[in-house]
Design a protein around this ligand. Structure first.
Ligand code: HSE
Length: 303
């Protein structure tokens, strides 16, 4: 019987000022295998989330697959899903967006590719609540997205910057809901302008390769300062990474992961050490990942 295997990347959202708008795919991957069976549902999880993520119909991978089958008018008799996860869960690296995009793309391939990529992205964004991780997980690269009344999610992808992304991943989980609950309902015009200017100029920096702008244009006043209370030492880790030579640094998505960007391979060791020591000074241990942007997004590897 038909079997598909999909590879889907980790993602970082916001990139500082681009709250709920900007995202970038990273070369750390989850794999979703989906196979039609004669009857029943079997879900297995390897790697990140093994023993924690549900192996029944409450799995978000199964939930979105089911929605795709329904929209495609396809009725599999039974489904077997194998998840092999490398993206840490609830750390701001897009693990749930990867699960949703991977599940949607796999189910669509299994049912004859009847839905468009736009339809899959809209479906996954609706379940996720915001599109800024979903879009880069689906299409790769550096992405911009908006949610519109008449056309749903409109997204564009530009080539990602040529950088190394050093990720300091604290040893605790932070749900996006909790990280959104600390945000204010209203912000000042001054702070809105602060972010609009930097978001626009960040896109310019990525598009033109003028990456020396990153230090200033990755600053933010809409979410990071409110999240300091949830990520002990965050601001000091930012300073330490910049002092160690990073071009720019930001809270990845809703956190708690902090990502520093550099073009200089020889500075990676120093940046890692600076971030680790600073988190440790705040009684917070972390693991360190050395990543690069992914340009492809979700890819069907076997069918
Ligand atoms: N942009 C979201 C947030 C996270 O910062 O809350 C990713 O969707």
């Amino acid at each position: 019987m038909t079997k598909v295997k999909v590879r889907v990347p980790a993602t970082t959202a916001n990139l500082g000022p681009g709250f709920d708008v900007l995202g970038m795919a990273l070369n750390l991957y989850n794999y979703i295998e989906m196979k039609e069976m004669d009857s029943g549902l079997e879900i297995s999880v390897e790697g990140e989330g093994k023993g924690i993520l549900p192996g029944d119909s409450s799995s978000i991978v199964y939930e979105i697959a089911w929605k795709v089958f329904k929209l495609a008018g396809y009725s599999p008799r039974g489904i077997k899903i194998k998840l092999t996860n490398n993206i840490p869960i609830a750390r701001g690296l897009g693990s749930s967006a990867a699960a949703l995009v991977g599940g949607a793309v796999a189910a669509n391939a299994l049912s004859g590719s009847r839905l468009s990529l736009e339809e899959l992205i809209n479906l996954a964004s609706e379940m996720e609540g915001h599109p800024d991780n979903v879009v880069p997980a689906a299409v790769g690269g550096f992405t911009l997205c908006i949610n519109t009344v008449d056309e749903g999610i409109i997204f564009r992808k530009i080539d990602p910057p040529e950088v190394y992304a050093v990720a300091a991943v604290p040893f605790f989980e932070l749900s996006t809901k909790k990280a959104r609950d600390v945000l204010p309902k209203m912000v000042s015009i001054k702070d809105a302008v602060f972010n609009m200017g930097r978001t626009s100029m960040l896109v310019y920096a990525v598009q033109t390769g003028e990456l020396r702008l990153l230090k200033n244009v990755m600053q933010d006043r809409l979410h990071q300062l409110y999240r300091v209370s949830l990520v002990p030492g965050m601001e000091n880790v930012f300073e330490a990474a910049l002092e160690a030579g990073a071009l720019g640094v930001f809270l990845s998505g809703a956190g708690p992961t902090v990502i520093a960007l550099t073009q200089d391979k020889s500075s990676i060791g120093k940046i890692k050490e600076a971030m680790k020591i600073t988190f440790l000074n705040h009684d917070m241990d972390c693991s360190l990942l050395e990543l690069e942007p992914d340009a492809q997004g979700a890819v069907i590897m076997e069918k």
